[in-house]
Write a protein that binds this ligand. Structure first.
Ligand SMILES: Nc1ncnc2c1ncn2[C@@H]1O[C@H](COP(=O)(O)OP(=O)(O)OP(=O)(O)O)[C@@H](O)[C@H]1O
Ligand SMILES: [Mg+2]
Length: 263
């Protein structure tokens, strides 16, 4: 697997006003790497992730996956949206089967992959329930294995644990790590949570809200499973927090709204 983000820039224009959200972003993602994009709200993380997924076009630059230009969504790139985005009218089983049905593999293969994913996510016995009937953690695990079901080469996740409380979030980070270690799918995850980035990532790219630039590229070499109270963990926390402090520059929307208030 080779994923290259080459000189990617993105400018949104509306009513003659242009807003440059990403400015010449460059990095390569290695096979089986868990890479996190960390940055303040509004710095362009979702924009970059949706560009990598092929949902949005670049203004300039390229996304190259295995030598091919990505310009539209493809099954090699799995996407897990913020807040799970499960289909509410489908059971857990049908949600997980959805990408498998699109791949037109045999019913037997679908059932065997489903059984494997239900076991991996500890959702056996819950397969006939609907999203409204399961807990937030179960929804998160359903969304995760649904994104994994089609065996994507790269899994893109936008703040997958954004909607749960602190304790649940830590437990889910452990679940997520366990599921990832099993499959070792290449991951690009978006978060604004420093702890989450350190706990899960092999590498963290820090983005600044000043026109979406990369201001840090840090390898996390602490062996897994990581201790949240160990000295290594605290060392990385200091490094990432200091990068993040530099990365925080009030975004345009904020400056504009402050200007309006002052007037
Ligand atoms: N379709 C769009 N049209 C115009 N501007 C957009 C569009 N999508 C995003 N933006 C702008 O791009 C900037 C970055 O947005 P984006 O959603 O990528 O940020 P983010 O880092 O994911 O923020 P958050 O952490 O709050 O989710 C914002 O100023 C936003 O208003
Ligand atoms: Mg976002």
């Amino acid at each position: 697997m080779h994923l290259h983000i080459n000189n990617v820039s993105k400018t949104f224009s509306r009513s003659g006003i242009s807003n440059t959200v990403l400015n010449d972003i460059n990095f390569n993602v290695s096979s089986s790497q868990f890479l996190t994009l960390l940055g303040p709200s509004g710095c362009g993380k979702t924009t970059l992730l949706t560009i990598i997924a092929g949902f949005q076009k670049v203004t300039s630059g390229k996304i190259i996956l295995n030598g091919m230009n990505v310009s539209k969504p493809c099954s090699d790139l799995g996407f897990m949206f913020q807040n799970y985005a499960l289909f509410p009218w489908m059971s857990v089983r049908d949600n997980i089967l959805f990408p498998l049905k699109q791949q037109k593999i045999s019913k037997r293969e679908q059932e065997s992959r489903l059984a494997e994913l239900l076991s991996l996510s500890r959702l056996e016995g819950k397969e006939n329930l609907y999203p409204s009937q399961i807990s937030g953690g179960m929804k998160q695990r359903t969304a995760f294995v649904r994104a994994l079901a089609g065996n994507p080469e790269v899994l893109l996740m936008d703040e997958p644990l954004g909607a749960v409380d602190h304790q649940m979030r830590q437990a889910l980070q452990e679940d997520l790590e366990r599921l990832w270690i099993k499959d070792k799918t290449t991951v690009v995850m978006v978060t604004h949570d420093v702890d989450e980035a350190i706990y899960l990532s092999d590498r963290v790219i820090v983005m600044s809200s000043d026109q979406g630039r990369v201001v840090g590229d840090i390898q996390i070499k602490d062996p897994r499973p990581r201790s949240r109270s160990g000295p290594q963990y605290h060392k990385y926390k200091d490094i990432l927090t200091s990068h993040l402090n530099q990365a925080y520059i009030p975004c345009k929307d904020e400056k504009e709204s402050k200007g309006v208030e002052a007037a």
